[in-house]
Design a protein around this ligand. Structure first.
Ligand code: ZN
Ligand code: ZN
Length: 344
């Protein structure tokens, strides 16, 4: 019998999975996948010996960020470590009907929570934008507004928010833009030790508005910043994905000195990172929603332990899967089959 542990970092299983279904990544850890991942990782390590550069340039994993955070704030590091470390799975032994982590930290710098959030937001946003465009004519564009580098994250963010508030009140903005939905993003520059904060917007443009006019209008409200970019997009799906990605890249996090990293960690809870207005005003986002509310298997949301599996009529039971520890015998017997349904 196979000795099975679930010690492998689940994020790796996501990253190493064949691409193409990024949007519908099931978060259920399965033993088969985990073992494949173990093998894949070993292979990858072997292949990258001698190509150590490629290995060192890899995207930091959650484990890296946890370790990095330990130096700055032990408490937050622990929360990050516990986030998505255990899953509750509703299964009949053959089919997985529901699976979600028992705890999420919901921090913006958490890779697990960031990707879950990005997926959920882009799903919600795309549906609402498509809806709004049925009754509003115009071209869909991606508009990026940038600010000169900011000494502090909080300060830079609130300055950008203030500038945008003025910008959207301008006559020219009201004439040209019928609806907007936007998300803030920031990067970090280790050389200058400051933040570069910008705003990505998906806008419904009426009359043409060229880049240099936008730039002038933007300089008008910011005083010193004028770098903007506007481009038409054909595909609302791609545009929304572009806007709803991450707030900060994990690569940037790792480059920050402790004091800077602490600024990110201690950013006020509930700081709004999304804005919307005009005919996209209804693109309201429930930033606090949970996997449990919006599970990828939500069509089975009403099922609970003891109900019959809709596929095979077997009785459903809850399994607790812990990534760190060995799992119990009961779970062990049931687990190896779970993967069958997930991969479909
Ligand atoms: Zn998290
Ligand atoms: Zn079943």
């Amino acid at each position: 019998m196979n000795q099975v542990t679930l010690s492998t970092d689940l994020r790796k299983s996501r990253q190493l999975k064949p691409s193409g279904n990024a949007e519908t990544v099931a978060s259920t850890p399965s033993l088969d996948t985990v073992q494949q991942v173990d093998n894949a990782e070993r292979e990858f390590r072997r292949a990258s010996q001698g190509k150590s550069e490629r290995w060192t340039l890899r995207t930091p994993t959650k484990r890296d960020i946890v370790a990095r955070l330990e130096r700055v704030s032990a408490e937050d590091s622990l929360r990050l470590k516990q986030c998505c470390s255990a899953f509750r799975v509703l299964t009949c032994g053959t089919h997985t009907l529901r699976s979600y982590p028992t705890f999420r930290c919901k921090k913006m710098f958490c890779p697990d929570c960031a990707s879950e959030r990005a997926n959920r937001l882009s799903r919600q946003t795309e549906a609402k934008i498509t809806e709004a465009m049925r009754s509003n004519k115009g071209r869909l564009c991606l508009l990026t507004l940038t600010m000169k580098n900011a000494a502090t994250l909080d300060g830079g963010l609130s300055k950008l928010k203030k500038c945008f508030a003025q910008f959207k009140r301008k006559k020219i903005f009201k004439e040209r833009i019928r609806g907007y939905f936007g998300a803030f993003e920031y990067t970090f520059n280790p050389k200058t030790n400051d933040f570069h904060i910008h705003l990505h917007l998906i806008v419904l443009r009426g009359k043409f508005w060229n880049q240099s006019d936008i730039s002038d209008a933007w300089r008008d409200v910011t005083g010193d910043s004028f770098i903007v970019d506007i481009r038409e997009i054909k595909d609302a799906h791609k545009g929304v994905k572009e806007v709803c990605k991450y707030v900060v890249k994990s690569n940037d996090l790792m480059k920050m000195p402790d004091a800077r990293f602490l600024e990110v960690v201690k950013m006020k809870k509930g700081t709004r990172m999304f804005i919307s207005g005009g005919c996209f005003y209804n693109v309201k986002l429930d930033e606090d929603a949970d996997d449990a509310d919006d599970n990828i298997f939500s069509q089975f949301a009403d099922l609970t332990e003891g109900d019959a599996c809709p596929f095979c009529k077997e009785e459903l039971f809850d399994v607790f899967v812990d990534r760190q520890q060995h799992i119990g015998l009961h779970e062990l017997n049931a687990m190896p089959n779970i993967v069958k349904q997930n991969s479909s």
